[in-house]
Design a protein around this ligand. Structure first.
Ligand code: GH3
Ligand code: MG
Ligand code: MG
Ligand code: MG
Length: 337
């Protein structure tokens, strides 16, 4: 008797003080159509360290939930026009409410009612009249799930962020792997892969494919005359001219050193010869300022064209190389098919 008396004298908040206190206050939405209970519980939960938003009906609760999600929802069952079960059902069917922790305040529900409530999506229930100690204990139990969920969400967010960074890094790497860093043209690696692809496509669709092998003339003497750094700038200059003199569909690559390769898709040898001549002329005409009056940059071009499935993409390169070799052994600054 004496013990019971002691407990009776304790106010609910004092009584709850004996229990473990929630480490961090939760954002709680409290929905009950009984204004007296709503006010009392709001005050008590706030005193226990939680942040409470109170609502008198489920419609208001839904509207406020959409604006700002609480971490935990405590809702009465019997309310009108929308009752707690419908509120619960609605939340579970929406993407934003599917993980919300829900405690339902129940009156004197039957076993069937409680099963129905759980199936509607409640996580826990507290019977009325509400014992604050029990409610706070159940909130603490819910808090474990809420924190687990929060950690999961944070992990997921971090994973998404690092995946996005990885995708950017991968794109950058792929770009770098295929790009010549001096001239910004595609590099040899890219050229070879692309040549095989274009070759396969050309055979399949019975389209012509040509390659142009370009080599700057006496480039060694340009280096000797101006130094390696100036030689680099001449290479950049030549690359720009090649790129702008070539057609948009031509794939202009730096094949290595002062050698360049152009893949001319859907182009026969005779047309490629004309492309080569246009580039040769452009290089000759637009001299880099570095070299003013000292000596001129020129290029020799070997062209090989193929119609359909002969002779094969490696053979195409060899043919272009041989044509280039012939130019080098004659006048240089010329184009040969
Ligand atoms: P040819 O007309 O017979 O082609 O004469 P060449 O001097 O151009 O030919 P060679 O192959 O003997 O020399 C190519 C030179 O290109 C040698 C090398 O120093 C230079 N070279 C290769 N790569 C680079 C580069 O990235 N930067 C600079 N500045 N020079 C390079
Ligand atoms: Mg060379
Ligand atoms: Mg050479
Ligand atoms: Mg050369």
């Amino acid at each position: 008797q004496i013990e019971i008396d002691t407990q009776v004298r304790l106010s609910p908040v004092d009584e709850a003080d004996k229990d473990q206190v929630a480490p961090l206050g939760l954002d709680i939405m409290l929905v009950d159509d009984d204004p007296v209970l709503l006010a009392r519980l709001s005050k008590q939960l706030t005193a226990a360290g939680h942040h409470v938003v109170g609502c008198r009906d489920a419609e208001t609760a839904l509207r406020k939930l959409v604006e700002k999600m609480p971490q935990l929802l405590i809702t009465d069952w019997r309310m009108s026009p929308m009752d707690g079960l419908t509120l619960c059902n609605t939340l579970r069917r929406s993407a934003f409410g599917e993980n919300l922790y829900i405690i339902m305040l129940t009156a004197s529900e039957t076993e069937d009612d409680l099963v129905k409530a759980f199936d509607a999506g409640i996580d826990d229930f507290v019977t009325k009249p509400v014992s604050l100690r029990i409610l706070l204990a159940r909130i603490r139990a819910g808090q474990r799930i809420v924190m687990l969920q929060r950690n999961l969400d944070q992990d997921k967010q971090r994973l998404e962020q690092s995946n996005a960074k990885l995708a950017v890094a991968n794109r950058r790497l792929a770009m770098m792997a295929n790009t010549d860093m001096l001239t910004g043209l595609q590099n040899r690696r890219y050229a070879m892969t692309r040549l095989e692809q274009e070759w396969a496509a050309a055979v399949r669709y019975r389209r012509p494919l040509s390659v142009l092998m370009l080599d700057l003339d006496f480039f060694k003497s340009i280096n000797d005359l101006l130094g390696h750094a100036a030689g680099d700038r001449v290479l950049v200059h030549a690359a720009k001219i090649m790129k702008s003199a070539a057609r948009a569909s031509d794939i202009v690559c730096r094949f290595g050193g002062e050698e360049f390769l152009i893949l001319a898709t859907n182009t026969d040898g005779v047309t490629a010869l004309a492309v080569g001549e246009r580039i040769r002329k452009a290089i000759e005409t637009h001299q880099p300022p570095e070299l003013a009056l000292k000596r001129s940059v020129t290029v020799s071009v070997g062209v090989a064209g193929s119609v359909n499935d002969k002779p094969g993409c490696q053979a195409l390169l060899t043919l272009a190389d041989e044509a280039l070799y012939q130019v080098k052994n004659s006048t240089r600054n010329a184009v040969q098919l």
